[in-house]
Design a protein around this ligand. Structure first.
Ligand SMILES: Nc1ncnc2c1ncn2[C@@H]1O[C@H](COP(=O)(O)OP(=O)(O)OP(=O)(O)O)[C@@H](O)[C@H]1O
Ligand SMILES: CC(=O)N[C@H]1[C@@H]2OC[C@@H](O2)[C@@H](O)[C@@H]1O[C@H](C)C(=O)O
Length: 363
């Protein structure tokens, strides 16, 4: 399908923070980014968020009909305003991720979306990778490689996504293709915003620590931070990936702390996980470009800047859109799947061979 042609692809992402659906248009042939197009955000209501939260950890066959329906309907609303696109990359909502056990589960039926939209929909991006022994995540790295080319980078650099979970991609833009040996190294760094959000919900009834306001008034408690960094995940060599709630018991580490110190310490944990992760880079990167909601948190950004040897900037510094990068990634990956190009490789997910993840529904 579309061999070598530039197509207008719409990508969607409903991330681990459960805040809403991002949708973005990318013009690409599946190799080169030609242009970025319009974007759209459709927030989940509080009721919808509660339903999704209740479905976390569930698998196909469990009682997830309401969650699945609302994910599909929210996507249809997010996509309703777009015109003139050729196909859709539909990530869905990850409810459970256990790549070495039960697999990986993204809620939402791409075939239903294809029928409703009258366009081909590429979906279920992670299962093929897991079947071939991969982590099934992260998948954005092949897109990060294209972004590195798009910004004209000449030396190795890193992309860091600070979503619910953090993930890091080291890219060598001197390579020709993302699947070339030595072009990419990628993995999940650890928890980023998800446990901090859970803390804010428990202690303050707020969805997140806006602008790091609470953390800014507290102190990082070294003992709790050390216990956190003792976790075997940080010593594990990449590739490696995480479920949203893999570190949910880290809330116990700050249970005795006052709210502000607890928020500062959890922000410090997210930053420290990234610092540990940077040790795995094959060569020191020229710079670290940050995407995802955590780049809006000045306390988290300041901690990263203080702890790393390279410049740390939001991706906006190079003209990219940090709120939409993941949605754009799934637009790009959809075109790769449609063209039969790989979307992951041994150094991004640990998969045994190059694999193109995803099912194409509709014509
Ligand atoms: N102004 C802000 N101040 C502090 N934190 C913020 C701000 N804006 C967003 N965030 C954090 O970013 C989170 C949303 O990030 P993002 O949308 O990248 O997550 P996601 O895509 O759902 O996650 P993932 O990439 O893990 O799937 C919010 O839940 C919040 O914790
Ligand atoms: C299983 C799953 O949905 N993982 C997400 C999650 O959110 C961030 C991190 O954990 C990353 O591994 C991945 O998403 C991004 C988009 C990825 O696959 O690159």
């Amino acid at each position: 399908m579309w061999n070598g042609q530039v197509v207008r692809a719409l990508g969607t992402m409903s991330g681990t923070s459960l805040d809403g659906v991002d949708a973005a248009l990318v013009e690409t042939d599946g190799e080169r980014i030609v242009a970025f197009g319009p974007t759209q955000y459709r927030r989940y209501t509080d009721v919808e968020q509660t339903t999704l939260r209740g479905a976390l950890g569930m698998w196909p066959g469990d009682d997830i009909q309401a969650a699945t329906r609302l994910v599909e309907d929210a996507h249809l609303e997010a996509l309703a305003g777009f015109e003139g696109y050729d196909l859709v990359g539909f990530h869905g909502q990850t409810l459970a991720h256990d790549p070495h056990g039960r697999g990986t589960h993204q809620a939402g039926d791409g075939a239903r979306l294809a029928q409703a939209l009258g366009r081909p929909v590429v979906w279920d991006f992670r299962t093929n990778d897991v079947r071939l022994g991969g982590e099934g995540a992260p998948l954005a790295p092949f897109f990060h490689f294209a972004c590195a080319k798009w910004i004209g980078a000449e030396m190795p650099l890193c992309f860091l996504n600070l979503g619910g979970v953090g993930n890091l991609t080291w890219v060598d833009p001197r390579k020709t293709r993302p699947e070339d040996q030595g072009a990419l190294l990628a993995f999940d760094t650890g928890p980023a915003n998800a446990p901090l959000n859970d803390l804010m919900q428990q202690r303050r009834g707020q969805a997140f620590d806006k602008d790091g306001a609470l953390a800014a008034t507290g102190e990082v408690v070294a003992g709790a931070l050390e216990l956190f960094l003792d976790d075997g995940y940080f010593r594990k060599m990449p590739p490696k990936s995480l479920d949203r709630d893999a570190f949910s018991d880290m809330l116990d580490l700050v249970r005795e702390l006052a709210d502000a110190d607890a928020a500062a310490t959890m922000t410090g944990m997210a930053a420290a996980a990234v610092m540990q992760a940077m040790e795995h880079c094959p060569t020191p990167p020229d710079r670290l470009l940050v995407t995802g909601g955590g780049r809006h948190n000045p306390v988290m950004m300041q901690m990263l800047r203080a702890g790393l040897d390279c410049p740390v900037d939001p991706v906006e510094a190079v003209g990219l859109n940090g709120d939409m990068l993941e949605a754009q990634a799934f637009a790009y990956l959809a075109v790769r799947v449609a063209r039969g190009l790989p979307t992951s490789c041994p150094t991004t997910t640990g998969v045994r061979a190059l694999v193109g993840g995803g099912t194409v529904s509709g014509t």
